[in-house]
Design a protein around this ligand. Structure first.
Ligand code: UDX
Ligand code: UDX
Ligand code: ADP
Length: 480
């Protein structure tokens, strides 16, 4: 029986391994993590992450051929294939601070593998890492190998949160990069066999190591670039009276462009896009390519601009002050169908509003109060974009309340900001909400989930990203 061990039971490692276990009953899969809390949760009825369909998959395999454990050393030493899916945060200090990824967790995982291995192993990079990480890891492994043969593969994960299980069941492609040596090719074949249990052969792409590592960064950079492109156009639409949804629809009908990922929004979030672009920027700078670095950096800058523009729009519309006013925030997660808040635009929007002394009341169906308070007090890495404000002072955090009900959050509010596109926000009784708000009642839709015309009929003053403004908003200059 082939044994797989995955280091890191996070958003990537957990769901990916659960699906491998489901699709490959002949393989034993153990997911290990240094966090006892995380492993305990994976072994309980309340998994650490909310992901549609995940619970079903875990329940079918857990205890059969899927296990979660903190005994890292034992399971690494027994495994034939070790996936490494640990976190790679952006460095906050030292060389490359604010841009370069911090590979501490990676290095310690590699050293542990070298330390405990007693038989030949294939080590698989699963978390996104900078190009040439494999080379560094290979060096750590071979210099500490005690005669054991290690093969290193890059197998980046392309799943999106909220649709992870479907993405894993029916991937567009599986990418495996490896050395162009007989040993490297054999390792590629071994991993290919695992995926062949459910992925059609023509969807499994093999490349060299560096292409695989770079492809992941580039795929995310291209996706983020589409959002920044449409968001940049949303500002122009507001200025000219065009409707960004109509423009995006027309543009997307060109088959060379395609319709997906053209939704204008308050900005992209998530653990990958910004981090991967910063990573790409850093690699370009290190390779003497400042023009290329500048080009990609602009994608992040436009994203920051969009968040700042949104906050400024809110404050300017509400007579240039939100001081002491209750503002309801509907949605805090970085997208719908996840409880994940990493890099969510809601953090920057809330900080911006709190900076203007608003009282904010937050409702998100999947994010806990603890998480929100943590997000609003944490330090951001110090990079050259102004949206990353200073950490919240404890007194500012007192201005934040978190509720489990959209009607409660909006009661008595002067304004509402929709920051995540949860389906339930389309179904709310906006007449009831309007009746319980201060007047004039403002609604700022950062995800274009409501029909602005219908809400205007109720009496709301509505701002939707990239849509024609009503008479009041048209006359308010907004400087980003
Ligand atoms: C992304 C990539 O899609 C995935 O392939 C990769 O493996 C990890 O990073 P994820 O971050 O989970 O996945 O979610 P994604 O659906 O890509 O959304 C990222 C952000 O962009 C979200 O904040 C989302 O709301 C925003 N977005 C997405 C838009 O603002 N407009 C769009 O049209 C699409
Ligand atoms: C373009 C638009 O495609 C068309 O829809 C519009 O109506 C007019 O402008 P055109 O300029 O005739 O059409 O040719 P196009 O095929 O778009 O190529 C433009 C340039 O981009 C060419 O120099 C082409 O060689 C180059 N190109 C195109 C690339 O370098 N790489 C590509 O992948 C595609
Ligand atoms: P991702 O979104 O890429 O999956 P996460 O942060 O959700 O990232 O998950 C990474 C996991 O890796 C965390 O649960 C963390 O505790 C775990 N981890 C980091 N370093 C190690 C290590 N050396 N051994 C075991 N687990 C680790």
């Amino acid at each position: 029986m082939v044994k797989i061990c995955c280091i890191g039971a996070g958003y990537v490692g957990g769901p990916t391994m659960a699906v491998i276990a489901l699709k490959c009953p002949s393989i034993e899969v153990v997911v290990v993590d240094i966090s006892v809390t995380r492993i305990t949760a994976w072994n309980s009825d309340k998994l650490t992450i909310y992901e549609p369909g995940l619970e079903d998959v875990v329940k079918k395999c857990r205890g059969v051929n899927l296990f979660f454990s903190t005994d890292t050393e034992k399971h690494i030493s027994e495994a034939d294939i070790v996936f490494v899916s640990v976190n790679t945060p952006t460095k906050t200090r030292g060389l490359g601070a604010g841009k370069a990824p911090d590979l501490t967790y990676w290095e310690s995982a590699a050293r542990m593998i070298a330390d405990v291995a007693k038989s030949d192993k294939i080590m698989v990079e699963k978390s996104t890492v900078p190009v040439k990480t494999a080379e560094a890891i290979e060096m750590i492994l071979t210099h500490n190998s005690k005669g054991i043969n290690f093969q290193i593969l890059s197998n980046p994960e392309f799943l999106s949160e909220g649709t992870a299980i479907q993405d894993l069941f029916y991937p567009d492609r599986v990418l495996i990069g490896g050395r162009e040596t007989p040993g490297g090719q054999k390792a590629i074949e071994t991993l290919k066999e695992v995926y062949s249990h459910w992925v059609p052969e023509d969807r499994i792409i093999t490349t060299n190591l560096w292409s695989a590592e770079l492809s992941k960064l580039v795929a995310n950079a291209f996706l983020a670039q589409r959002i920044s492109s449409v968001n940049a156009i949303s500002a122009l639409c507001e200025a000219t009276g065009a409707d960004v949804t109509e423009v995006a629809h027309v543009v997307g009908k060109n088959t060379r462009i395609g319709p997906k990922f053209l939704n204008a929004s308050v900005g992209f979030g998530g653990s990958c896009f910004q981090k991967d672009i910063l990573n790409l920027v850093y690699i370009c700078e290190c390779n003497g390519l400042p023009e290329v670095a500048h080009y990609w950096k602009q994608v992040v800058k436009i994203n920051d601009y969009q968040k700042t523009r949104f906050v400024n729009r809110v404050v300017a519309s509400m007579f240039n002050t939100v001081s002491g006013k209750k503002i309801a925030i509907l949605g805090f997660a970085f997208k719908k169908d996840t409880g994940d808040t990493r890099e969510t635009p809601a953090i920057d929007v809330c900080k911006g509003l709190l900076g203007d002394k608003a009282k904010i009341s937050i409702y998100d169906p999947q994010v806990t109060e603890d998480q929100i308070q943590r997000d609003l007090t944490m330090n951001k890495f110090d990079w050259d974009h102004p949206i990353h404000l200073q950490p919240m002072s404890p007194s500012a955090v007192k201005q934040v309340t978190v509720t489990w009900d959209a009607y409660e959050a909006t009661k008595g509010a002067h304004g509402i900001c929709i920051l995540t596109e949860w389906d339930e926000f389309k179904q709310l009784d906006y007449k009831k909400i309007y009746d319980n708000m201060q007047k004039p009642a403002f609604l700022f839709d950062g995800r274009n989930v409501v029909d602005p015309e219908k809400l205007r009929e109720i009496g709301f003053i509505v701002y939707s990203i990239g849509k024609p403004l009503n008479a009041w908003l048209k006359h308010i200059p907004v400087v980003a």
